[in-house]
Design a protein around this ligand. Structure first.
Ligand SMILES: CSC[C@H]1O[C@H](OP(=O)(O)O)[C@H](O)[C@@H]1O
Length: 361
């Protein structure tokens, strides 16, 4: 996508410099800056701290983290350690674990002398696949949105968190069909949920503003009113892990929006590439839910009136808080899964209709 008119992706490999550059998403929406990762430790920290975030993008970043590690040492112990270090950063997004399993399986049979170059090439291949798959999600998602347009002046959409191009290498997942509809000339407006406590909705607002897509930022708790009032034609979100039965793990608060959409008879779509679907995970009950640091709830980070970074402690450090980063939406609340291969019901048969090669027995 474009930043100030310049085509930009979220990650830029620099193998010659033994580094990879990522957009520092903890600085957005106020500052746009690149961050250079030059070691396994820096890649792991970037994922854990959410300098880089988004299910597909953390998978790609982890793959480059393995390349950074093997550029220094390419023995089996280093490969195992790199995979273990990166796998420990965040548990829920299966994309991270899928990418690590894929690059490890690709590198293990190779002679040590060939592993570094092969790691950079495989990480780049995973990144390019993500770009193509997210572009296709936009096309297939547009096919679902187009029939909903025309009911009123603008197609009224709602999303949660950030599942735009910032969460992928390019195009995004949930936002890809929105960009596709906007670029096709369909009048759209997006209700953007701020998504406490890390406020990834502000990243979505930044993205949409960059592309010129009309939008309105709302408090998370306002979504139910808008849905009940009939001000939303469809909800479209991303996913961090889709279980084999169609249950969906996504940013915390997604489930509440799915319940409100169901009560308001508004279609609730989930957009995700193949790397987000975990056929080895039977149902949402088996998806690990990341619990993050309590200060993400206790402390609000923003800007003061002078535009300087400011952190406001809302609660004493001793105050007990819970901070689950994701929740699980049961498949029966999901109108369709949108992937690079098309759309299908959120069910075992639906997912297998998209990926028949995964059918066992
Ligand atoms: C394109 S899916 C992005 C997905 O990842 C986000 O989580 P986080 O910001 O914690 O990495 C959120 O769940 C999005 O839906």
């Amino acid at each position: 996508m474009n930043v100030n008119g310049t085509p930009t992706r979220t990650i830029r490999p620099a193998p010659a410099a033994r580094a990879v550059d990522i957009i520092d998403q903890t600085a957005l929406p106020h500052d746009f800056r690149w961050l250079r990762l030059a070691s396994l430790a820096e890649a792991a920290h970037a994922i854990r701290s959410m300098q880089v975030r988004g299910a597909p993008l953390i998978g790609v970043t982890a793959a480059y983290g393995v390349a950074l590690a093997l550029t220094v040492h390419a023995d089996d112990a280093t490969l195992r350690q790199a995979v273990a270090t990166l796998a420990a950063t965040r548990p829920t997004a299966v994309n991270l674990h899928w990418a690590l399993a894929r690059i490890a399986a690709h590198l293990a049979p190779l002679p040590e002398a060939q592993r570094a170059d092969a790691a950079w090439a495989e990480a780049a291949a995973i990144a390019e696949e993500d770009v193509a798959q997210c572009r296709a999600i936009g096309t297939h998602g547009l096919a679902l949105l187009r029939p909903l347009a025309g009911r009123r002046g603008r197609l009224q959409l709602m999303t949660h968190c950030n599942a735009g191009w910032l969460a992928t290498v390019d195009h995004g997942t949930a936002l890809a069909p929105i960009y596709a509809a906007f670029d096709a000339g369909i009048p759209v407006h997006v209700w953007v949920s701020e998504t406490r406590p890390r406020n990834q909705g502000l990243l979505t607002a930044w993205e949409l503003a960059q592309h010129g897509v009309p939008h309105t930022v709302i408090a998370d708790n306002a979504a139910g009113l808008l849905l009940a009032r009939g001000e939303v034609d469809a909800v479209i979100v991303g996913a961090d892990r889709i279980a084999a039965n169609g249950d969906v793990a996504n940013k915390v608060g997604t489930y509440l929006k799915a319940l409100a959409a169901y009560a308001a008879d508004v279609p609730f779509f989930v957009a995700a590439p193949r790397s987000t679907i975990d056929f080895a995970c039977a149902s949402g009950a088996d998806i690990p839910i990341e619990e993050r640091e309590g200060d993400e709830v206790r402390v609000v980070h923003g800007r003061d009136d002078a535009g300087q970074p400011a952190a406001v402690r809302q609660l004493p450090a001793s105050e007990a808080v819970a901070n689950p980063a994701f929740d699980v939406t049961r498949a029966n609340l999901v109108a369709a899964i949108i992937s690079e291969r098309g759309s299908a019901p959120a069910s075992t048969d639906g997912l297998l209709s998209l990926y028949p090669e995964e059918r066992r027995g």
